[in-house]
Design a protein around this ligand. Structure first.
Ligand code: ASP
Length: 447
């Protein structure tokens, strides 16, 4: 039989009503056999996510040896969810007591934060009458703290093949020393992807509070087009540049297993959402551009040296300096005698930039060094660009007509994206100009 793995995010499970809605969705399709759940998220703007409240518990416990104050809102939230759901026979009070005790005894931020997912999974399993399978039994990290694929997939397959249905908490697993370890924030998306791969699902359904990806940020363009279908490669480019419906690392496990992801809206389950497909299953759609995303606050270090092209090892020496200082670079466009490093400005604060330039001068003795600060990057992404002539001409004409000064250009070798570096101040104007060039019938968002 076909198997779907579902993951519900925190806003989809924030209170009893929403959890009931999620349960209906799960029951409506018997191929939805396994569900990965987040901790309850915000119920309204200004509300506190359970995970954030749990980090508060960790701080209180570390300082005072008790977390009685910070744990009280966690307790209240779970008690009220259980009451709303009418789960009288589910003894949440004892489970909460045990959690509070373990948080104090464990003294671990990861363990404490993981309890939101744990508690939610326990109560959702009780509501559905499904098995509860703890993530720490089946998702493992190795000695270097990396996800241990081989071991985890073996355990997932072995453990879940005997469960008709199971609820699994997201966000955490077990490290090589037997302690709970979490992924980075939003990591339940990764857990869902891992479970989908582990049971070789036909589809990974990721249920959230939006109807999929949009072609650009709706704060910049009013009501941008929805992305119906997107490839993993395109999504990787867009999520890296800031489109954040799905955790960027959630792509890998399913991508390796050629398992598609569908983003669905818990509050509008009839909406199609966005289907994310492996490249070989991806059929090109009408648009040559699939989406536009970007980020502000980069610094470009521009180096020039005569006959740089003939100096073997120039780039290596520059990159060794970055490596030694542990600084990540985003892009490195180069010309015959020029090379630029594009780095997120946050890594260069507090005098790091000056030190870095000093070290680069020492390493490669450039003729000229220039620094451009407050640069934004905007990526225009789409498989359709590969085959069609004139995409960049249209893009740059649109930018020049909008009066956007392009400070840097980088076209990835995969040809599915063109990245432009512009002043931070031109960011919104740039995104709009590209959007209106490639997507018609749109109106500008109010500024
Ligand atoms: N609850 C965790 C967080 O808030 C993980 C998740 O929801 O995916 O980051």
């Amino acid at each position: 039989m076909h198997v779907k793995v579902c993951k519900f995010g925190g806003s989809s499970l924030a209170d009893g009503n929403n959890i009931r809605r999620a349960a209906e969705i799960l029951r409506a399709d018997e191929t939805r056999r396994y569900v990965v759940v987040s901790a309850p998220g915000k119920r309204f703007s200004g509300d506190v996510k359970i995970t954030d409240q749990l980090y508060e518990c960790y701080r209180e416990a570390a300082e005072t040896g008790s977390c009685v104050n910070a744990f009280a809102p966690v307790r209240r939230r779970f008690l009220s969810i259980v009451e709303e759901l009418g789960l009288e026979h589910f003894d949440i009070a004892s489970i909460l007591d045990e959690c509070e005790r373990q948080i104090i005894a464990n003294k671990s931020a990861d363990f404490t934060a993981s309890r939101g997912e744990y508690l939610n999974a326990r109560l959702i399993a009780a509501l559905l009458g499904w098995d509860f399978v703890d993530a720490q039994e089946i998702i493992y990290f190795n000695e270097r703290g990396m996800f241990d694929e081989a071991r985890s997939y073996r355990l997932i397959e072995r453990r879940l093949k005997h469960c008709k249905n199971a609820v699994i908490p997201g966000f955490y697993g077990m490290d090589a020393w037997g302690c709970v370890k979490t992924f980075t924030r939003g990591g339940s998306d990764i857990s869902g992807s891992i479970i989908a791969r582990g049971v070789n699902a036909e589809l990974y359904e990721n249920w959230t509070d939006v109807s999929g990806f949009l072609a650009c940020d709706p704060r910049i363009v009013n009501n941008p087009q929805k992305i119906g279908v997107i490839s993993f490669k395109e999504l990787r480019e867009l999520s890296y540049m800031g489109a954040n419906v799905l955790h960027a690392d959630a792509i890998y496990p399913v991508r390796k297993g050629d398992i598609p992801i569908r983003i669905k809206n818990t509050f509008r389950p009839m909406d199609e959402g966005t289907l994310i497909l492996p490249s070989k299953k991806y059929v090109k759609h009408g648009n040559r551009v699939t989406g536009i995303a970007g980020k502000k606050d980069f610094t470009v270090i521009f180096l020039e040296k005569q006959l740089m092209n003939a100096e073997i090892g120039f780039a290596r020496k520059v990159l060794s300096v970055l490596e030694k200082d542990g600084i990540n670079f985003e892009h490195m466009p180069s010309g015959i005698d020029t090379l630029s490093l594009v780095i997120e400005s946050k890594y260069l604060a507090g005098g790091v930039l000056d030190t870095l330039i000093g070290q680069i001068k020492e390493a490669v003795n450039p003729d000229y060094v220039r620094v451009l600060e407050d640069i934004a990057l905007v990526a225009t992404v789409g498989h359709g660009m590969t085959a069609s002539v004139g995409t960049s001409a249209r893009l740059f004409t649109a930018l020049s007509q909008a009066g956007v000064n392009v400070r840097m250009i980088d076209q990835g070798s995969s040809e599915i994206n063109i990245i432009v570096g512009i002043d931070n101040a031109d960011y919104e104007k740039c995104v709009r100009a590209i959007y209106f060039e490639f997507f018609s019938n749109a109106t500008e968002a109010d500024e």
